[in-house]
Design a protein around this ligand. Structure first.
Ligand code: GLA
Length: 399
């Protein structure tokens, strides 16, 4: 274990890495050989723009998914999830298909399948998942797991992928094995995040700019509604189809190429849902570009206004908010800049999960107390709070 604490590899020299190592040893009665660690993420702004070729502006967060693993001299992969107290076994001599009851194990199956398709020699191995990324909270626990497993497989199969290839492999796993036709934002940020930076990603060119985001005077307060969000229930896919319908009616490849003016002109050629979804996407792409400038200029007032406008658009046009999210965002916004809240919005896919607020760091305690009181009064639920600095992307350590 000395390598863990003396190696100076910040992302892995952590208590959680040590816990993952120890839990693996307890479970399998031998030591792991690798620890792969990937972060969760929070999207600051740019929601539902990724699969429309637009901009997104996420940052990785400190909670991480750590997978400890060692080869096992068989043709079987055995993975134990500590949180779920569940074990999955995959037989590499048989074909891999999504398991309708598989849930989390499908992320694993999907990534293994991606490597096999590339011709990788995937050995049998034992693994244990230790994660501090809340599941179903819109903080990308699935991409954290996929990118950890993919990074582990690179090491085990001796096959290093280009980052964009690894990102696409994880996205395909999500499409085919989890049934969510997601964009590239989540595996991209989990793979390529840099500590202290938010990432402005152009999802059309797949090129990113890392923006320093470490002003000690402000913080991103993440608030979990404690209501699970589920993306696989068809709502996500339905909106993606509405965006595609709008793009077709506007005769553009993606909504990135569309404008509000053109949308107004062609409004009659599409359904009301498509019109509203497109209006959200077009305005959200513009907000995201502007928000990136605000980070560079430390213009937190304007950044906050953009967050507020993003929430309104996600609620009224894209229709992915929920009463709990509206309540949290309303409670934060009621405080306003005078009491330290610049702006707030739902983050991630919506339908539950988390909201974020851009706040004055020194007022964090009062802000938390007042949001918690309003939320408890309105729902009877206790929200969970997290303040995280922008963290680093996936990494692996041979131990
Ligand atoms: C989920 C998807 C992402 C993105 C967001 C909404 O997190 O995985 O690709 O579409 O929803 O912005």
């Amino acid at each position: 274990m000395s390598t863990l604490t003396s190696g100076g590899r910040a992302a892995l020299a952590s208590l959680d890495a040590e816990l993952a190592y120890a839990a693996f040893e307890r479970h399998y009665a031998h030591a792991p050989r690798w620890l792969a660690s990937a972060p969760g993420r929070v999207n600051l702004i740019g929601e539902y723009t990724d699969y429309n070729g637009g901009y997104v502006l996420p940052m990785a967060i400190e909670p991480r998914t750590i997978v400890a693993a060692a080869p096992n001299d068989s043709r079987k992969i055995t993975v134990h999830s500590e949180a779920l107290a569940a074990t999955v076994t995959i037989d590499l001599t048989k074909g891999l298909a999504p398991d309708p009851r598989g849930r989390w194990s499908n992320y694993l199956r999907g990534v293994v399948c991606g490597f096999l398709k590339l011709g990788a020699l995937v050995p049998g191995f034992n693994a244990l998942i230790h994660s501090t990324v809340p599941v179903g909270a819109g903080l990308s626990s699935s991409a954290a797991l996929e990118t950890s497993i993919a990074t582990l497989l690179e090491a085990m199969a001796g096959m290093k992928l280009e980052p964009l290839q690894k990102i696409a492999l994880c996205q395909t796993a999500e499409h085919v094995f989890a049934g969510v036709p997601c964009g590239i934002m989540d595996p991209y940020i989990c793979t390529l995040a840099r500590a202290g930076h938010a990432l402005l990603l152009d999802c059309r060119s797949q090129e990113a700019v890392w923006l320093p985001f470490e002003d000690p005077e402000v913080a991103i307060l993440i608030v979990n509604t404690q209501v699970r969000h589920e993306l696989a229930q068809g709502e996500y896919a339905m909106r993606r189809r509405a965006c595609e319908e709008a793009a077709r009616a506007l005769k553009v490849a993606t909504l990135r190429e569309a404008s509000l003016e053109r949308l107004r002109d062609r409004a009659r050629d599409m359904s009301d849902t498509a019109l509203r979804c497109a209006r959200h996407v077009i305005t959200e792409i513009a907000r995201t570009e502007r928000a990136a400038q605000c980070i560079a200029e430390r213009d937190w007032h304007t950044f906050g206004e953009l967050l507020d406008a993003s929430h309104e658009s996600l609620k009224s046009d894209f229709n992915v908010s929920s009463p709990e999210l509206d309540l949290l965002v309303g409670a934060a916004r009621d405080l306003g800049p005078r009491r330290g809240v610049y702006g707030a919005r739902l983050t991630g896919g919506g339908f539950g999960g988390c909201a974020i607020a851009l706040i004055e760091a020194r007022k964090r305690e009062e802000i938390r107390a007042s949001i918690a009181a309003a939320y408890q009064q309105g729902t009877g639920l206790e929200p969970q709070f997290l303040i995280s600095r922008p963290s680093a992307g996936v990494s692996i350590l041979e131990v």
